[in-house]
Design a protein around this ligand. Structure first.
Ligand SMILES: NC(=O)c1ccc[n+]([C@@H]2O[C@H](COP(=O)([O-])OP(=O)(O)OC[C@H]3O[C@@H](n4cnc5c(N)ncnc54)[C@H](OP(=O)(O)O)[C@@H]3O)[C@@H](O)[C@H]2O)c1
Length: 435
């Protein structure tokens, strides 16, 4: 079975290993699963870059049967990815072999075991293995997905978009809540301290989205366009290499506020447009802008008579689609403190929202809003297209996708999805299911 590993201190280096399947007895309260369909995006580069600090390398240790130098888990690791997997065996009475789980998987075709405890909502589960206790809660959440009647295209969007759409959803719904009486505001780093209704209120704030064609940023734009009238933002500027596609998406929704999409080259000329919008604050949502863009924007604000008095809040959300040198990574970390950027953590926002709202209502609302996106996919992201790959090895597999991400070659309209094994249809349990 093929397994993809990445060198931890230089993420450009990667390899595909062929390992024999280990036939061990499945432990109690566990399921054995095989990833069936996963996605790769800039997000996975973040999992590799921050894999030691945020423990993403700990999700799926490299099996002990791997040859040197890939074994041992100190130099090489498995970058996890979002998607679907099929239950092959189960020692949990509520989960049948053949069930599809949505969650966080290894970029490999080898079977892995999860130790699960029931989640707060039927069909939701938490991974409870000791080695995964260090991961943020989002990455230990799994849920059963009913794939009956779902075609490949619809599952492709489920895998390629839903994981990053969550970030835009929680930002619009909870951090900048349209109605603080319904959803109390949540701090971008979780909790509620230091983030009251005044800070959450966007009705007098311009929002500038940097690297606006990342899928994460597109999801924020989509949820902004769906907000009730007068809940803001008062203006929305998107800075991107794809202004045409984003402008087209905005037009389909007839937003309740002025929207503009500009290229990176045009950032220096947006002061007149921004200056015409009545606002008392500028919120900069940085999804991973190209080098120098944030500095240019901040200089433009401080040099503009119309803008320089405005309060500026910078949300640190993502990083560029590239491999950072250690110097660049340190500079980026230092800029967070120097510019007073507010770090954003989707897992922490979601956990606070669940505490405040209750898991049942929280997941019911997110599922409803996700299904709306899926139903309106052609309006929400008219230029996006699924790019299908197969397996792990080679240019058409995970290997090829990883190379393209490292080189910044995945185009803004591409959503990479990889078929790793067959998705089991109901009543058609996989052959490995015999216990
Ligand atoms: N903080 C959180 O909780 C959280 C949650 C989710 C995601 N994130 C982060 O958000 C970021 C975006 O993730 P994603 O998966 O949504 O991204 P993505 O869709 O893979 O990003 C694609 C975009 O990257 C930009 N890009 C393409 N080539 C590039 C190049 N050579 N150099 C620089 N930029 C290039 C382009 O946007 P433009 O042309 O518009 O720049 C392109 O549309 C990641 O860093 C991810 O980890 C953070």
């Amino acid at each position: 079975m093929s397994l993809h590993v990445v060198f931890k201190s230089d993420n450009r280096q990667h390899a595909t290993l062929q390992l024999p399947e280990q036939a061990q007895t499945l432990k109690p309260s566990s399921v054995r699963v095989r990833a069936s369909l996963i996605t790769l995006s800039s997000n996975n580069l973040s999992y590799a870059r921050g894999g030691t600090r945020l423990h993403w390398w700990d999700a799926y240790p490299v099996p002990g049967s791997a040859p040197a130098p890939y074994n041992g888990n100190s130099a090489w690791g498995i970058v996890p990815a979002w998607g679907l997997a099929t239950i092959l065996e189960s020692t949990i009475s509520d989960i049948e072999p053949g069930t599809t789980l949505y969650g966080f998987w290894p970029t490999s075709q080898h079977a892995v075991d999860l130790k699960l405890v029931p989640g707060e909502v039927k069909g939701h589960w938490h991974e409870s293995s000791a080695h995964r206790a260090v991961l943020l809660p989002l990455y230990n959440r799994y849920n059963v997905l009913d794939v009956a009647g779902r075609d490949a295209e619809s599952l492709g969007w489920e895998v390629g978009i839903k994981p990053v759409l969550l970030a835009g959803y929680v930002l619009s719904q909870y951090v900048f809540t349209p109605d603080a009486k319904v959803n109390p505001p949540v701090h971008p780093f979780g909790g509620t301290e230091g983030w009251g209704p005044d800070v959450a209120d966007l009705s007098k704030s311009i929002v500038v989205s940097l690297s606006a064609s990342t899928k994460t940023a597109r999801s924020l734009a989509y949820y902004f366009y769906c907000r009730p009238a007068r809940s803001g933002p008062s203006g929305f500027l998107q800075v991107t290499s794809s202004p045409g596609a984003l402008a087209e998406a905005a037009q389909k929704f007839i937003p309740q506020f002025p929207v503009r999409a500009v290229s990176y080259e045009d950032v220096e000329s947006v002061d007149a447009w921004l200056g015409c919008i009545k606002a008392n604050r500028i919120v900069i949502a940085d999804f991973g802008a190209r080098d120098g863009t944030l500095d240019k924007l901040l200089a433009l604000i401080s040099n503009s008579d119309a803008l320089k008095g405005l309060e500026v809040t910078i949300l640190q959300i993502g990083s560029q689609q590239k491999i950072y040198t250690s110097g660049e990574a340190e500079t980026a970390q230092a800029a967070v403190g120097a510019l007073g950027k507010v770090r954003t953590n989707t897992s922490a926002i979601q956990e606070t929202a669940i505490e405040l709202q209750g898991a049942g209502p929280y997941f019911a609302e997110f599922t409803k809003r996700w299904n709306l996106w899926l139903g309106h996919r052609e309006c929400a992201a008219p230029d996006l297209k699924l790019v299908w790959g197969d397996g792990v090895a080679g240019g058409e597999g995970i290997e090829g996708g990883w190379d393209r991400l490292c080189e910044g070659k995945v185009k803004p309209e591409e959503v990479l999805v990889y078929r790793l094994s067959t998705i089991a249809k109901p009543g058609n349990a996989p052959s490995e299911s015999r216990r």
